[in-house]
Design a protein around this ligand. Sequence first.
Ligand SMILES: Cc1cc2nc3c(=O)[nH]c(=O)nc-3n(C[C@H](O)[C@H](O)[C@H](O)COP(=O)(O)OP(=O)(O)OC[C@H]3O[C@@H](n4cnc5c(N)ncnc54)[C@H](O)[C@@H]3O)c2cc1C
Length: 434
Amino acid sequence: MTQIAILGGGMAGYGAAHRLYSEGASSIIFEKNAYHGGHTMSHRDEFGFVFDEGPHISFTKDERIQKIFAESINQEYETINAKVNNYWNGQYWIKHPAPCNLYGLPTDLVVRILRDLIDVQYRPYGEINNYEDWLIATYGLTFAKTFPMEYGLKYHTTQAGNMTTDWLGPRFYQPKIEEVLQGALTPYSPDVHYVSHFRYPSKNGFVSYFNKFLHWSDIKLSHELVKLDPKTHELHFTDGTIVQYDHVISSLALPELIPMIVGVPQEVIEATKQLACTNCVTVNIGVNRRDISESHWTYFYDHDIFFTRVSYPHMQSPHNAPSGMGSIQAEVYFSKKYRPLDRRPEDCIQPVIDDLRRCGLLSEDDEIVSSHARLLPYANVIFDLDRPAALTCVHGYLDEIKVAYCGRYGEWGYHWTDEAFKSGENAAQKILES
Ligand SMILES: Cc1cc2nc3c(=O)[nH]c(=O)nc-3n(C[C@H](O)[C@H](O)[C@H](O)COP(=O)(O)OP(=O)(O)OC[C@H]3O[C@@H](n4cnc5c(N)ncnc54)[C@H](O)[C@@H]3O)c2cc1C
């Protein structure tokens, strides 16, 4: 029987398994962790708080994927209208997206934003070579520099001028001038965020979406790949096991996979070194009350606030926190290439708590029931200007040696869970066709 090996037991790995299973082909998933789920893992702490590895919600518009996810948890999910807000300049809380919700910001700033925005409507910006150009062309100079460029530097760890625009997708709402004026003159604005509503499993966190995926493939947990030989078709694992494959599909992060390949050319190693991604420290806090925020997540622009984004897992499902308690997850971003991690993850806890107090999300008398920090070594791919050429070289090599790649870190893209799943399906489809 043909041996199809899938490397990695996250969304992409299971997407591949799903496609193969649907065609009656068997596969084996090799996963380094002692659990499946990859980045969608959910962790329950000793007090009963459930935290995902970064805030995870399902907002796919693909009805086929919605159905697959929903069936896997017996339709037991919450459907929630997303409320999102922003915190800016040490005191302003405004609804998201910011350009449609300028009401209440300092008048001189609003005037400058409107002037520049109107200006770019009538005097097109010119050639767009990077994300900074795109922001200025879309929102005008003042808004671009005050909001998305500041946030982007915290989130992506590099300047907007060093980034491409091929990742934008629906992420940035491009309002009509009437919408901006309405949101500047009145506190009322329509909900136009690209995530209008989302689903989240009622119990046991986001990873529950895998509940019924597990029979699609045999999974070997605690199997960490250390060597892949494309000539002999061998996979070597830390425990000394060697497995022979006919076809292999990898969802491993390219910077992990490439150095393990026997005979990989130096230029491919060098190209891989150019691939940048953020690392994220999530600080998870359990508190003795639930009324922390009315929003599901908040963006923080100020550079003297330690974290970039904060979410409230008990708002995704009430079962994410013990009765009467609430939870906060703060994300702090670093990157090897642009902003190296300068402390131990646990040393992020106190600065997060201090700044949650400073911006008023926590008060001095709140009881902090639980606090943990977790490092995600691979968070978001950075779409810097080095990425396109480097990725063409790396993917070209993998195509040559017939190692199929998929998922957020195999394709080295900005995939959400549904896209990672479909990326795995596509990789499997190519093998079925071959
Ligand atoms: C902070 C954050 C928030 C996010 N929020 C959302 C959201 O709200 N909604 C959404 O849809 N998506 C969200 N995502 C994206 C989502 O997490 C990814 O799309 C998805 O989890 C990627 O799945 P994957 O299978 O491609 O990668 P992974 O989940 O990383 O799977 C790769 C697997 O390979 C395994 N592996 C690694 N090395 C080895 C080795 N040597 N041997 C064997 N196995 C190995 C890993 O343990 C892992 O299980 C978010 C991501 C982050 C970082």
